[in-house]
Design a protein around this ligand. Sequence first.
Ligand code: HEC
Ligand code: HEC
Ligand code: HEC
Length: 129
Amino acid sequence: MLYDAGKILAGLAIFLVLVTAPIWWNVATGADAQAPELVMPQDQGGCVLPSGEMRASHMELLNDWRDLVVRDGDRIMITWDGREKRRSLTASCLGCHSDREKFCDRCHDYVGVTPYCWDCHITPIGGAS
Ligand code: HEC
Ligand code: HEC
Ligand code: HEC
């Protein structure tokens, strides 16, 4: 092996964290006056992974969930604190984050991404939160 894949991946990960750090810093601290105000679920327990990990990698998590469900029919996951949840965009993510507009959309608008998932996946918009 000429290259050490582990080191290259670690380097890439560090690079990604560094280039996106200003965004996360602003979102996390509310330092930027225009940082979105996110409405967090109440009384639902914590997220499926710790918040920091969710902020950094919920896109990969959702891809994994889709593959596991669609290819392997493997629909149940255990959260980091031991609860059973369905691997489902609508039933789980939006089950807790029930007002997509004040959570997912606000952050995505702020960072300028437009996931196309809602073309097919039904979600409540502006619903009770
Ligand atoms: C059981 C309820 C529940 C489920 C299911 C859930 N979340 Fe969460 N999520 C929460 C709560 C509560 C918080 C805030 C936790 C905190 O602040 O410690 C949170 C935090 C987050 C954050 C970090 C927000 C921030 O700025 O701190 C993201 C991103 C997120 N969730 C996305 C998702 C996605 C995507 C899914 C589905 C893959 C999902 N969540 C599933 C309850 C849930
Ligand atoms: C704290 C900010 C934040 C919150 C809250 C948030 N996201 Fe994201 N999301 C991002 C960022 C930043 C990206 C782009 C990451 C990238 O380009 O690598 C992203 C990307 C995605 C992607 C991939 C889109 C694409 O085109 O690649 C999906 C899917 C996604 N988010 C789903 C959700 C869902 C569902 C919720 C609500 C349950 C949510 N996100 C809440 C910040 C957030
Ligand atoms: C062209 C339509 C379409 C689009 C666009 C789409 N999906 Fe799906 N998705 C499906 C179908 C169909 C299933 C299978 C439903 C099942 O078996 O429960 C599915 C299943 C899933 C599942 C597992 C089951 C569930 O209830 O959530 C996840 C997670 C998922 N998709 C995530 C995403 C994400 C994230 C995006 C956007 C980046 C996305 N999908 C975009 C059609 C779509």
